[in-house]
Design a protein around this ligand. Structure first.
Ligand SMILES: [Zn+2]
Length: 85
């Protein structure tokens, strides 16, 4: 079955003069939009389904997460701190 598939990976650099969101400062112009963006993503998730649900080749295609990314820092792998949107 064909479908419309969204795949996003958007790194927003920390902005020391920005607004605190989820534990990190990001550009204030973006910070004010986060609630609407989050709501829109949650709406998309209600329509999303796993590809080949229940079959051997099932793909987890109902996934939307965020995390404070420290890949370039001393904390190494930060993928364990994923939060659902
Ligand atoms: Zn990361």
């Amino acid at each position: 079955m064909a479908g419309l598939r969204f795949q996003l990976d958007l790194f927003i650099p920390e902005d020391s003069t920005g607004t605190l969101v989820a534990g990190i400062k990001i550009p204030s112009a973006l910070a004010s939009k986060i609630p609407a963006i989050r709501s829109a993503i949650q709406d998309l998730k209600t329509y999303a389904r796993k590809i080949n649900d229940g079959q051997g080749n099932e793909e987890m295609t109902v996934k939307a997460t965020y995390h404070i990314c420290t890949h370039d820092g001393e904390n190494g792998d930060c993928s364990k701190s994923l939060q659902d949107i």
